[in-house]
Design a protein around this ligand. Sequence first.
Ligand SMILES: [Cu+2]
Length: 600
Amino acid sequence: MTRRAPRQGIARALTAPLAPFVDALPLPSRLIATEHDGRLTVRMRTSEHRFHRDLPGSSIWGFEGTVPGPTIEAERGQPVTVEWRNELEGAFPVTVTVAQQVTDADRVPVQCLPGLSEGEPDRHAGELAGHTVVHLHGGLTPASYDGWAENLFAPGQAAVFHYPIDQRAALLWYHDHVMGITKFDVYAGLAGLWIVRDDRERELGLPEGPPFEVPLLIQDRNFDLDEQGRLTGRLVHKTDPEVMEAFPPFTVVNGKVWPVLNVQPATYRFRVLNGSNARTYRLVLLRDGTPELERITQIGTDHGLLRSPAPVPANGLVLASAERADLLVDFSDLAPGSELTVLNTAAAPFDGSRFPAADAENAADLEGLLPYPQVLRFRVVGEAASRRSIPRELATDYEPPAAEALAGARRRAIALVEHELDGEPNMLTMRELAVAAEPDGGQLVRVIDGGQTTRYRVVAAHFEDTTTFFPMLGEYEVWQLINLTGDTHPIHLHLDPFQIVARRPIRYEIPDGGIGERDLAAAVTLERDPNDELDHAIDANERGLKDTIRVNPNEIVEIAVRFTTYSGRYMYHCHILEHEDRDMMRPFVTMPSELMPFMA
Ligand SMILES: [Cu+2]
């Protein structure tokens, strides 16, 4: 959803109704698979959770009744079986609403404010009965256990999923994935972390477990107000008539609003996940108002270690929904009492726009649905100083795909488009494209790259359309993601990881009526739009094994993916949950090559 044009005279900042940095950062409980012979039972339960010292308890749905759920830790090569037991009871614990207006009487965008902003509680959401299905995001998982979004489990039912864990060490996460309502079930609390460990990481001597390895699950949440205007703790998923994604005002880390973590003067390893529905964060670490990003070294991304350590980008660490970062942060030179604060400088909806780290303390932006940039504070305590040197070589088990390997690769093209509808929220859709036979009537997408023009027609536009992607196991493919919208979309592929091979600026024209229910007409030229201010660079920290990649406006991203192990029906989708639930999701079927001759 493209950002609205700036309004005149809008207030710039709000006074926070909750005190920041008063609650200790909670550490999720650990469920270590080897201590249970690889057999785990995890229950989904209705429970009460306190998001802040000064908030009443909130009703939530959580794995083991907690927010986040327990962190499952597994060893590479040692399979884990989880019995996911749906024991949810009672009504859906979140009030879902669309506010009447975009701004309130003081012209403050309602998404920056708690309460329903005169929106009616959504009756259908109120009637949700607790159907779930669990997906292990980043898992190299057989299709039957991947958590297909339509294979639901009702309260009282259970699923036994087998996870081979034949994959490199990485921070994964498990969360609900129900068709159409993932945005509500995850918001209600159904998410937890899953860490895979392996020998390579241990050779490097990286911190493992407390106190020096700390998971950080970052989310945003909003709460209801009572008749006196006091926060009730009741979770609210609020959108407005112009923005279909929820961008709640309160940043929650491991289940607490703006927590504080006491750290020793030492090197810490933070395993960071953006588990928000829609919000992208650009994280900046400050001391006394000055950025100290040089304290942070990124060693891993979605699917584990990078080949070599990467500095944080100059403006801060950008994480879109579902992206992960494995960070080493050096506090070893700091005196007790020192405080460092993590702020978010990314306005919402995120479109890749820059914001200088040096200005982070002024990042509050009501128009950008960012009333409170606060994320987390570190407070240095104790004397023991231990600094870890950071190995120069990290992963040795992968390389960028060679040009020869990609030269003959199957190429696929997907256009990301926003389909405007009268009287209801827009649909974000992914249009799968196929090269059009020469004289072809109907709407075409023309992609002009230098002197070469490729004509495509849309062969699939909605989730239920015919499957058109049948990747062969063991073969590289290049997928081209063409963003024809005004926002950044984090595109996620289930199953194997991929690598980004290109991020290229485009300019495009869509004729009036060019975006139809199924059809698409567009002229896309691989050159920079004169009004485009993004640099379309690939950051060093994106050159690892990824499963979620940001595709910015005016941009084509090319990824190289090779499915290796499991055949079956999987999905790829935007990881903005409000997009995924409103048609920005498509299936693909991985196939052994031997079966291809028998495909009709
Ligand atoms: Cu999206």
